[in-house]
Design a protein around this ligand. Sequence first.
Ligand code: NAD
Length: 326
Amino acid sequence: MRTRVTEQLGIKYPIVQGGMQWVGRAELASAVSNGGGLGILTALTQPSPEDLLKEIARCREMTDQPFGVNLTILPTIKPVPYEDYAQAIVDGGVKIVETAGRNPEPFLPLFKQAGITVIHKCTSIRHALKAERIGCDMVSVDGFECAGHPGEDDVTNLILLPLAARRLKVPFLASGGLGDGRGMAAALAMGADGINMGTRFMVTKEAPIHEAVKQAMVDASELDTALIYRSLRNTARVFRNGVAQQVLEIEAQPGATDFADIQPLVAGVKGRALLESGELEQGIWSAGMVVGLIDDIPSCAELIERIVNEAKSIIRDRLSTLVDDA
Ligand code: NAD
């Protein structure tokens, strides 16, 4: 499979593992890259820019294939030294960065000077066009199905991807709701140059999270996610556990929601503890609607091969037979 994404990123298959707080560590990123996709370390998962530098070095020992780093700029409980994390990415010699959250423009001169390919993750066409205009090399178009922060427009990929194909010149990845070869074939048909998967890669052998969390996502249906922080305009799609329900109840109370009332429930440190311990009510964790399509825990390489083979067979054996050019 050759697309603009495989060519520009120097990877075998057009499959990228999206940034995931507490999950995007060297074990997962290297497994995805070794499987022919693009693995991505998540910068803020590391407690300091120095630790990120060490994680980049660790990942490089685990794969000789390209990998990237995600830098997410969204509200946080503690201030984050973003510039220092960006500098660590450059100093670590990483050549691909996925930015997400706010406009990445302030970081572009640094990244571009270092010859870094910047993929900006956007949840709307206007942000994708802006990313293209300010010089991002690629965008990842993140539909409403996605895990984590889908923005506030609630537009699904059936609309976003064709719009992206019509309006963007830079290559783009389809993100949100992708987890099998059908999704991949559909995304390519809608004009995407590749796919980005987060939740699906959480449920793999190499994902550095507790087996109980993986199993919960295998058991879940497409109805088992919840949209929290809607009332704060920082909407996030998370797994619908008891803690997420509690957050929704607090947000449903009359009057404006005070983040302080939900902070103890949603603090990232608790989500991190949950992913490590497998105690599913310790906090919240991000999960996309794609949990409804996940029913096993393969290795990253097996998953990537399966998705690519399924997509190829749909394109060759199903789609080609639907057109009669004879
Ligand atoms: P954290 O512990 O600082 O905050 C926990 C959650 O509360 C985060 O979702 C954060 O966005 C939200 N939050 C914090 N302050 C807020 C405020 N004043 N108003 C509204 N919401 C607020 O965050 P963390 O779990 O350590 O994560 C670090 C960063 O990674 C955050 O920016 C977070 O948003 C981001 N993240 C992104 C995704 C994604 O899917 N894109 C998933 C998880 C975390």
